[in-house]
Design a binder for this molecule. Structure first.
Ligand SMILES: [Zn+2]
Length: 298
């Protein structure tokens, strides 16, 4: 897939490296806020960086006080290819949002932009603490996608789904959950799951398959539109195959087989590999969100 590096999106925040003393926050934590301010004032008064004398990460060296990772500045130590990954994620996110904003506008619905936070380790999200092993997720409370690059490694090395479009598909799927949130589908499904617990898994599968279909809608629209303003310049048939491979690799049956050696369709929450491939393809080929009614068959 061809894409243009336009740096970090304003909707992407890089929170990686937090809690490892790589930020101003690390220095504050070990000195205490009061101590931090005292040392800062004394350093400025005496013109000596007392932080380094105390062996604490100094806000006066490196990026300065403005270099708080929470503002989206890449943490120190990030190498060039890492910057490129941040730019890649930004491109896919921005492009997907532009596609959906267009679809919403055509239908007279207000579009609200999603945020994306890059994390490493366990995630303290607005939806609670989520372990790293759980993979990427969308939190509707703050309309934010949380993504860990470790999942991309797992996708390639454990699930055999490599390539940039496999990675793009993951973001496009989470964007699908954002669309469901904006359309009220996610809330409806949660209510239905409460009133009808016996159908809770089937409803969850339908929600996930619809997110796959929505991911396909973006990919397909992108292939057809080729807008000059878009950051993702082209998606080819080979890219489509990467998406298919990724969708198949993380089907519930494939994941269960890997984990337990058995497949139990009753416990599915995301759909089988075949279902995921089929709905992703359907979205891709039609480019039409209304073709993504995965609930009709329930
Ligand atoms: Zn999902």
């Amino acid at each position: 897939m061809k894409w243009e590096n336009r740096g970090q999106s304003r909707n992407v925040t890089d929170n990686r490296g937090r809690g490892r003393g790589g930020s101003v926050g690390g220095g504050m934590a070990s000195l205490g806020v009061g101590g931090f301010l005292i040392v800062l004032v004394l350093s400025l008064v005496f013109g000596v960086d007392l932080f380094s004398l105390l062996g604490v990460n100094s806000p006066l060296s490196g990026g300065g006080l403005g270099a708080d990772t929470s503002t989206g500045v890449t943490v120190p130590g990030a190498n060039a290819s890492d910057d490129e990954m941040v730019a890649f994620v930004s491109s896919v996110l921005d492009d997907s949002q532009a596609t959906w904003a267009g679809i919403f506008e055509e239908n007279g619905i207000a579009y609200d932009e999603a945020q994306l936070v890059l994390e490493d380790g366990d995630v303290q999200s607005a939806c609670g603490v989520v372990p790293e092993a759980a993979g990427p997720f969308y939190c509707p409370l703050n309309e934010t996608i949380y993504l860990n690059f470790a999942f991309y490694d797992a996708l390639q090395n454990q699930y055999g789904a490599s390539g940039d479009f496999a990675q793009a598909y993951v973001i496009a799927h989470e964007m699908g959950h954002h669309i469901q949130n904006l359309l009220g589908t996610a809330t409806d499904v949660r209510q239905q799951q409460q009133t009808n617990p016996a159908q809770a898994n089937q409803l969850s599968v339908a929600l996930e398959l619809q997110a796959d279909c929505f991911a396909g809608v973006w990919g397909g629209e992108q292939t057809r539109a080729q807008q000059s303003s878009s950051r993702v310049a082209s998606i080819t048939q080979a890219d489509f195959q990467e998406g298919i491979t990724a969708a198949a690799a993380i089907g519930d049956d494939a994941l269960q087989e890997r984990a337990t050696g058995r497949v139990n369709p009753e416990a599915f929450t995301h759909g089988s590999s075949e279902q995921r491939v089929s709905w992703f393809s359907r979205g891709f080929e039609t480019g039409d969100p209304s073709a993504c009614d995965t609930f009709a068959a329930l």
